[in-house]
Structures are given as C-alpha cells and as structure tokens.
Design a protein around this ligand. Structure first.
Ligand code: THU
Length: 170
C-alpha cells in the first residue's frame, strides 16, 4: 500500500548475515519482511522485457534474492505446446539454484494490468521449497510497488520439505 511505502525510512548499503544489501526497509513490526532492494525491482522489470510470451501476450518478470544477497531474474517462457510454458518465478528459481543459491530471501514479481500480478499457485509452492512463511513477496509493475505480502499469506498451511523428512517411513 502507499502507506507502507511512505514508511520506508532506512536505506542501504548495510549488512545482513554477511551479505551487503542496498535498498529500503519499511517501519513497523515487520520491517525486515519488507526489505526491498532496488536491484530486485530492476532485475524483475528488466527480465520482463525479455519474456517469451507470444501466445498470452502477458509478460511477467521475477527476481529473487538468495542468501548471499545475489539477485537472480527470470521471465515467462511460453511454448507452442501451451502447457509446456514456464512462469517467470520458475525461470528465476532455476537461475538461483544453478548459481548455487540455497534460500530465497525476497521475491519480486512484475506484471502489468489493472490488478497487481501475484505469483500463481504453482509458483507459490515452488518458492516454498526454498523459503518459509516469512518470505517477503513484492508485486510491482513498471511504475510502482502494488502489493507487499508474504509467502505465508499467499500460501497458508503450506506443505514443505520438512513434512517429508518428518513423515518418512523408517
Ligand atoms: N505467469 C507467470 O510467469 N507467473 C505467474 O505467477 C503468473 C503467470 C505467466 C504464465 C503465462 O506465460 C502468462 O503469465 C499468462 O498466464
């Protein structure tokens, strides 16, 4: 919301867990949750410009920050065999994993439309593999941040890797 973005008070560079961050925190009890690096926003917007979306004409960009503070971006990649298309978040996740990233610390999704473009259900679950409820998910367009939320809010009572390790048969 614009009230939340008005509250931004702290700007980088600063250090969290050994990684250098640039960007802004928002005040309030959940300040850490809504850390937003301009590199994430730029990365997602830039990736969106290279989306391969000749069928839906709906370009999406995503950028993820890993535990080392690195940004990995992706765009949707559609296919003539429609169900084979890939979401922007999945493309960004592939970059993160292959670069050696292990955790997603923040996610930005960029799309254009009357409504904000949040990650689809499948991508919420894909993000869950590398993050928990606290993951900040920021939804933006080319002009502004439209929504600041968390993975826990987008995917409540989620199933994750811990369920498998706790429930495996001996
Ligand atoms: N899309 C994404 O890339 N991410 C989402 O979270 C929502 C949907 C893409 C998939 C498809 O290429 C296009 O948007 C229209 O659904």
């Amino acid at each position: 919301s614009s009230l939340v973005s008005l509250c931004c008070f702290l700007r980088g560079p600063f250090c969290v867990g050994g990684a250098l961050f640039f960007g802004s925190f928002c005040s309030g009890p959940s300040s850490f949750r809504f850390y937003l690096s301009p590199y994430l926003l730029i990365g997602a917007r830039d990736a969106r410009l290279r989306a391969h979306a000749p069928y839906s004409h709906f370009a999406v960009g995503a950028a993820l920050m890993d535990e080392q503070g690195r940004v990995h971006a992706g765009a949707n990649i559609e296919n003539a065999a429609y169900p084979q298309g890939l979401c922007a978040e999945a493309a960004a996740l592939a970059h993160l994993v292959v670069a050696g990233g292990r955790r997603v610390m923040a996610a930005v999704v960029v799309g254009e439309g009357r409504e904000a473009v949040p990650p689809c259900g499948g991508c919420r679950q894909k993000l869950r593999e590398f993050a928990g409820d606290e993951l900040p998910v920021i939804v933006a367009d080319g002009r502004e941040v439209r929504l600041r939320t968390t993975l826990g809010a987008l995917l409540p009572h989620s199933f994750g890797p811990d369920h498998l390790s706790a429930g495996r048969r001996p």
